[in-house]
Structures are given as C-alpha cells and as structure tokens.
Design a binder for this molecule. Structure first.
Ligand code: BGC
Length: 883
C-alpha cells in the first residue's frame, strides 16, 4: 500500500546543510513529514543508504517501528575518506508506505592524517606584515569528472583557482581551539577548472591564529607563523586521478594586502597588487619558494558548522562633508564596506568604522578600545575602483571615508556564521517587532565562527556566560545546533583537568596568561562556566539531540564536580564573581557589583546546573549519577536558601533564581513571587537585572501568575528597559542598559578596576545577552512553547496583553513549522494554529470562566491535544493582561 497523502518533505543530518567533506562519524538523520490526512501517523520508518545516487547495487538498510523521526541513526557505513553516501527515508503510516524522501548527499572529507598528501607552507612574514600569496600552476589535458579542494590553515585564507575565490566561506577555516583542533574545508571545484594551464593558490592572513587578539592585545597567540595545508584532487573521466598538494611546487610572494588584522582592519595597496596572481599564464618567476611549516595533521577535523558567509548587502547613504564622507548602513552589522570610488592612481582612501555617532556626527570610536577598525586603500589606477577589505571584519553601522577620490557608492556587507533562520515574529507592537529584529541582528553579528560577546572592540571572544545567557533565544531564532555543537567541542577541549570551564572558548585567556600575568583569577565563574551544562541541555530541549548529552557528559560532570571542590562547608564562599554582570544598579565602573550577591548567584547556579545534570543522567539511564547530582542540587539549594535566601529575595535576580532555579522551597514561592511582583510594580517595570537575571526575570513573573508585571517590564520604554534603546535608534542589543543616556550622552564604559574587568571603553552597542528575552516573547506573547525535547510536544499557551491585538510567529522545528497567527478583541480571540506532523500541541488558551472555545467551528475544551493540521481556534471573552 502506498500512502499518497503523506510525504517526507525534507531529510537532514547533524551537519550543517550544504557542506561536503564531512567527518566519518555515524550519520544521524532527521526528517519532516507533511500529510493531508489528519489521522496519519508515522508507525515506522525505513532508511536506505547507498553508494549510488540511484540506490542501485548494495544498499544498507535500517528500519524500525515507531514515530521517531529526529536524530535517528542511519545504518553504519564504512567511513572511508572521500566516499559519498546517499541517504533516503520513507515512513509507514496506517495508509501504507510514503514515497522516498528527497535524497541527502553525504560526502566525506579526508578522515586520516595520512590523506593529506602535502606539507604546510607559508612565507617568512610575521604578524601584521603583508599577507602571503601562495600559488602553483598545473596543466589539464584530459576531461575532468570531479575535483575537490581540501584545505586547512594556521591563519585564515581565501582559496583561489583561476582568479576566482573558491566557495563563499569567509575567514576560513574559522576559529577553534587551534592548539588541538583545526578545521578543514572541502569545496567542489569541478566547474572552476579549465583545459590547459590552471592556477591554484591562496591569500593567507594572520586571523585569530597569530594576529593581535584578546583584550591584552597579544600577537602570536597560537604560533608565530601562518601556513596553509591544501590539496586539489582531480578525478578524470578516464578514471585516473591527480593530486596537487601544498609543498615545494608552490611559490610565494606578497601583493596588495599589506595588513589583514581582525581588530585593526586591512591595508590594501593596489600599486603593489599583482591582480593576475592566481590566473593562468601569470609569470611567477620572481616569486620565491615557500617555507615548509610544521603542521600536526592529526589535529585536523572536518568543518561541520555553518561557515561564515555574507548574509546581507545593505546600501549605505553617503553624506558628503568638508573633510570626509559619512556612510550609514541604517543597521549595526558585522562585516565591512564595499566602496566604489573614482580617483587617481596613488590616491589613499581611509575607511574608519563605528557603531554610533557622537554629537557633530563624529564616529564614536572609544567603544572600539584599541581596535583600529580602519581599512586603508591606495588606488592602483585612475578611474573607478571597487574596494573591499580582506580577511577582517568590523562591527559598525557608520563609516567615515577620508580621501581625495570621489566616493561613488557604498554597500555594507553583513557577515555571519550562516545558521538557518528558524523563528519569525511580528505583532501589533512596532517597538517589540524592532526588538525582535535587533536581537536577530545581534545574533548574526556575534555568531562569527564562534558565539562572541561583541563584534567591534578588541575583544570578540567566546565568552561562555554570554552564550549561556542567550542560548535559548539563539535556538529559537536560528538553527544553531551544528554551530554550538562545534563550539562545545572546543569548550570540552579547553576545560581544565580540574573541570574548570574557561571564561572564553577558545580559551585565549589561558594562552595570554602564559605570556603576561592573568587579569582574571583562574577560577570558574558562576553563570559563565555553567555554559558547559546549560548549552548542551538547551540543544537537547530545542532540537531533541540526545547524543550531545552523551558527548558532553564528562564536561558537564567535570564542571559540577569542580564547583563542589570550591565549597567551604556546604556553600561556595564569598569571593569575586562576575555575578549578575551589568546590573543597571551596579556602579557603571563596577559591573560585577550587582545588587544580588555573587555568592548567592554562584550557589544558585550550582543548584540550577546540578538539577539539569541530574535530569540528563536520568535520561541517559545513569541512576547512581542522577542521585549524586540530585543530592548536590537539593543540598546546595537548602544551604543557599537558609544562609543567603532572605537577603537575595530583596533583589529581582535573587527572586528569579529562587523561583526558576528552585533554590527556594515550593512553600516559599508565593511569598517570593509576590515580593518580586511588588518590586516590579513599585518601579513601573524598571528592569534591574544583569546578564544572569535578565534571561529568567519574565519567567519568574509570568510562571507565577504575574503576567501583567511581566508585560509592564517588557513594554516599558524608559531607561533602563528593553525598548528604551529602540526609542533612541538602536538596531542591535546593547551591552549596558544605559549605553546612551536619555540626554544623548554616551556612557564611557570605563571600569574602576580594569584588573578585574577588561579595560576602559566597555561599552558595546552589540552584545546579545539581554536579547535573551525574545525567547519569552515567542513562548508567551505568541504562545509557542516546546514542552518535550525538540518540540515533539508543544503547548499553545498565549498570554495576551491589552494593546497587542495581533501576533504572528513561527518556529521551524525539526518536524516542520509550528506557527500561529492570532488577533483578539475584548470579545473574541481568533487564532490559526499550524501544528507539524509528529507533534502534539496541548492548548492552554487564554480563557475566562465564561469563555467558549471552538476549534474549526466545533465546541472544544481547553487542554485539548492537537496533532498535525491547521486549526481555527476561537475563544470568546478571552483573558488578557493589562499593564
Ligand atoms: C565581555 C562580556 C563578558 C564579560 C565578563 C566583557 O568584557 O564583553 O560580555 O561576559 O567581560 O567579564
């Protein structure tokens, strides 16, 4: 029997879509199904894996009964380098088997160190010196069936074939814990080759490897020399193959790129450029042999996360002023300016970047700290030239161009780690819609190879606390699974043997500490180190990936076990903690000096993370470990509550942790939640939490019956609040609630004790932590909440608020799109709800005592469970909050 009403519409693996050259680890498949038959259910599945696209010949099969459709193990296959496997799936329903899904092509990369045929090559240049050009040439005399480039580097590269960039990845191969793990990229370059002479090469720059990086401004963090390890593999139609690998056949020189520094920018001198350097026919007789460099090939692993790509091109306005042109992208981004100028050979064009303007339309560059964020060009010809920097990026909205040449046009090029967008949201509240946009932009701007704190100043590091605070919002807005998975691999690598989790991953601070005395005590920070537990757990909850829990288990246990060793008696003693970082009531110069004590925060986080870990152990069937971590959680909660609770619940973050992390006994919840609600009402919804309190403050209100207070806080427009920055023009989320004061003056961001912070000018306009709130908006205002891992169970539980009469939101879950579109008046609430196949949605509708519910015109009950389909839901006399 064939089920023609039901279709497997997509099939994906655990790796970012579109990548080739993947690792040989077991393939996990997830598929989405659609059916026009409301009764249809997946009763079982069949997977086929074959070496041929037509699934002829030997086919590996797996099948099982049941509804499982996410992270399903494909049949074990022989993982040989370069092999391509084709996977497809069909499901069985009551009506029979569906047709096969679209085919997933899974091409493996170089899996063994010995597969790398060449040696790593570089030049004699040092950090901040001109980027190396590396090239070789070769002749093709036979038709090519297929060609691949495999490449990795110490440094960052643009690979080139015949004058064109290979692929669209930026800052390849990305930043990982280079001392142990370096990524390799694979590109299909079949179409780039021609018969006769071909040229293959790369522009190789300092990047994160040896460029100035970290707020201590150190060079050579991972090594003094950059190098490229690459090979071009050609398969001819006659079955023969050829490998062109880095080594002595290459030559090197420098060209126009005189500087390519992530912080400082790019200097491109076209009078020194060799424009045809990677084209066939180029005379490289003046070039020299490259230097062969050591490269531990056992550290190479294939790229699995979405690479950095161009996400958007935003035309910039140009305002000509006496001494410069001022460019405005209208949006704070990560990236650069593509500038077209009309000038003369030798003209210099200087482009400086900034996120905001100071009075007099001057660029505000204090926030960049030591990062020069300046691209400088020297024109190589008369007439029009289009300028773009190489191997750098800036965080900016504005740019300032100083040149004798005429500025013709400018486009802001926005880059990001190219995670697929997952959430969409709009409502009747324009400022809230803008907040959503700002959070998404801060995500894009800060997901640049790793989850960073900010994209503009001399920092841009993988602060664990920022990622931890933001991770649920991130996974609501985009499919961050493969991206965070890669970062968690580095987190575990950089975690100390003691279990301590570094403040930043990759752990540049540990590297810096070997060179200059550390600015940070070498201890795990509450809320930062907890990324080790919270991030994998969020991956399970938001995507349903259980394997990641197994993979990160030692890392998670290590962190909690380490925290236990730090206790004196039953608690972590008082000491310096980053704590509820950037509480708006802390002195501007002391972001760690929050209202809630660091000691309470530290112990509350143990309760939170140990509870999560106990749940994970239970899921994985580890009963003894579950009991161990459950006991840590309960004991720590009891001691924290007894010793620190009363003081803590005078503060909003203290209340929120008491409630949401279950630090306080249930019997105290009513007292604490009314104290919190009163605090919020008494201050007109003024936000008064920092990085750690902010992600949970609205839940601490709404989950305990104080929905009006939650909206009072969310919708407040006076500083400090989420919406205030928008009223003064913000296009991203700020690091500090008061980054720009209502009188227009800009917070200097100085620290009173730079030794414990990170220097002056800690004032970014693009830090995502406070944007964590957007996850609450999806779950509450739109009402779309995952109640089971990976959205297999969801609730539709909108919490309406007077004035926001309309909301429309969708989340692209692994099962398909879970979406709502509703509007309401005092008389009636009407929603269209889309529930994807394989998902069960439980209704928690906004009802009053006399509300009548209908679904598709028929009387219905609240708490009804809906399976896939589109439903028209009507509730008369709906309940809504007022602020
Ligand atoms: C970073 C943060 C980080 C904090 C902790 C700052 O400099 O930008 O976002 O979490 O330091 O110390």
């Amino acid at each position: 029997m064939i089920d023609t009403a039901t279709t497997v519409v997509s099939l994906k693996s655990q790796f970012a879509a579109g990548l080739i050259g993947l690792p040989g680890e077991p393939l996990l498949l997830s598929w989405a199904v659609e059916s026009t038959d409301a009764q249809s259910q997946q009763l079982g599945y069949e997977i086929e894996l074959a070496a041929n696209a037509d699934f002829a010949g030997d086919v590996l099969r797996a099948s099982a009964e049941g509804a499982e459709s996410q992270w399903v193990a494909a049949p074990a296959f022989e993982a040989t380098s370069r092999a391509t496997w084709f996977a497809r799936v069909r499901v069985r329903t009551q009506a029979g088997l569906t047709a096969w899904s679209p085919t997933l092509v899974h091409e493996l990369g170089l899996l063994n160190a010995s597969d790398w045929a060449g040696v790593a090559i570089g030049d004699e240049g040092l950090a901040d010196e001109p980027a190396a050009l590396l090239r070789t040439k070769f002749n093709l005399t036979k038709p090519v069936l297929k060609a691949r480039v495999y490449a990795t580097a110490h440094g960052v590269f643009d690979l080139m074939i015949n004058g064109q960039k290979v692929g669209d990845h930026i800052l390849a191969p990305g930043w990982t814990s280079y001392q142990e793990r370096v990524l390799a990229e694979t590109h299909d370059v079949t179409a780039m080759l021609t018969q006769g002479e071909n040229a293959f090469g790369a522009l190789l720059g300092d990047g994160w490897y040896r460029g100035k990086f970290g707020f201590q401004n150190l060079y050579n963090n991972y090594g003094n020399h950059t190098s490229l390890l690459a090979q071009l593999e050609i398969e001819y139609t006659d079955g023969t193959t050829e490998v062109i690998a880095t080594g002595e056949r290459f030559k090197t020189a420098t060209g126009g790129v005189r500087l390519a520094s992530i912080y400082d920018g790019c200097t491109l001198d076209f009078t020194k450029a060799q424009p045809a350097w990677c084209k066939p026919g180029f005379d490289d007789s003046a070039w020299v042999s490259p230097t062969i460099r050591e490269f531990d090939k056992s550290q190479i692993s294939p790229l699995t996360a979405p690479p950095v790509r161009v996400k958007a091109e935003l035309p910039m306005t140009i305002k000509k002023q006496a001494d410069r042109s001022l460019l405005n992208a209208g949006q704070n981004i990560s990236g650069w300016v593509r500038l077209t100028v009309n000038g003369k050979r030798g003209d210099v064009v200087t482009v400086r970047h900034a996120e905001i303007l100071e009075p007099g339309e001057k660029l505000h560059t204090v926030a960049l700290r030591s990062a020069k964020a300046t691209d400088t060009y020297t024109l190589g010809k008369d007439g029009e030239t289009t300028l773009e920097p190489k191997l750098t990026f800036h965080g900016f909205q504005y740019a300032d161009v100083v040149t004798e040449a005429e500025v013709v046009s400018a486009v802001a090029i926005a880059i990001t780690s190219d995670t697929p967008e997952r959430g969409t949201f709009e409502s009747a509240h324009p400022l809230l819609n803008k907040l959503h946009s700002n959070v998404l932009w801060s995500l894009r701007d800060n997901f640049v190879s790793i989850p960073t704190d900010c994209p503009q100043r001399d920092e841009r590091m993988g602060w664990t606390g920022d990622a931890q605070a933001f991770v649920y919002a991130a996974s609501t807005l985009v499919d961050a699974h493969a991206f965070l998975n890669s970062w968690l691999t580095d987190l575990a690598i950089d975690q100390r043997d003691s279990g301590q989790v570094p403040h930043v991953v990759p752990d540049l601070l540990a590297i810096a500490a070997k060179i200059i005395p550390s600015e940070f005590p070498d201890q795990g920070e509450a809320g930062w180190g907890d990324a080790a537990v919270v991030v994998p757990w969020s991956q399970y909850q938001m995507y349903g990936d259980k394997q990641i829990l197994q993979r990160q288990l030692q890392s998670m246990r290590g962190w909690i076990d380490y925290c236990e060793t730090q206790k004196v008696g039953s608690l972590i003693p008082p000491r310096m903690q980053l704590g509820d970082w950037l509480d708006p009531d802390a002195p501007d110069g002391q972001p760690w000096a929050a209202k809630v004590s660091g000691q309470y925060v530290a112990n509350s986080y143990i309760v939170h993370s140990a509870t999560i870990l106990a749940d994970i152990e239970a899921l994985l069937g580890n009963t003894a470990s579950e009991a161990k971590y459950r006991k840590i959680a309960t004991d720590t909660a009891a001691a924290t509550w007894a010793e620190l609770g009363e003081a803590a619940i005078t503060t909003p973050t203290g209340c929120a942790m008491a409630l949401i992390f279950n630090v306080a006994p249930k019997s105290e919840h009513a007292r604490i939640s009314s104290a919190l609600a009163k605090l919020v009402r008494d201050t007109d919804g003024r936000i008064s939490t920092g990085f750690l309190g902010t992600p949970i403050i609205l839940d601490a209100l709404s989950q305990f019956g104080n929905v009006s207070e939650a909206y009072l806080m969310l919708l407040r427009e006076q500083m400090p609040s989420w919406l205030y920055p928008i009223t003064v023009g913000a296009t991203t989320i700020w690091e500090r609630w008061n980054a720009i004061h209502p009188d227009g003056s800009i917070n200097g961001g100085g620290l009173e004790n730079p030794a414990e912070g990170s220097g002056d000018g800690m004032i970014s306009f693009n830090h995502y932590a406070y944007g964590a709130v957007i996850d609450w908006v999806y779950r509450n205002l739109a009402g779309l909440t995952a109640t089971g891992a990976g959205y297999q169970q969801v609730s539709f539980a909108p919490k309406l608020v007077d004035g926001i009469t309309y909301a429309k939101a969708a989340i692209e879950t692994g099962y398909g799109k879970y979406a709502v579109d509703y509007r309401f008046t005092k008389e009636q609430f009407e929603a269209t709800l889309d529930v994807p196949f394989g998902v069960t949605a439980t209704l928690q509708l906004p009802i009053n005592a006399d509300s009548v519910i209908t679904i598709d015109g028929k009387p219905a009950q609240n708490q009804s469970a809906l399976t896939h389909g589109t439903y028209q839901i009507v509730v008369t006399n709906p309940a809504f909050a007022t602020v």
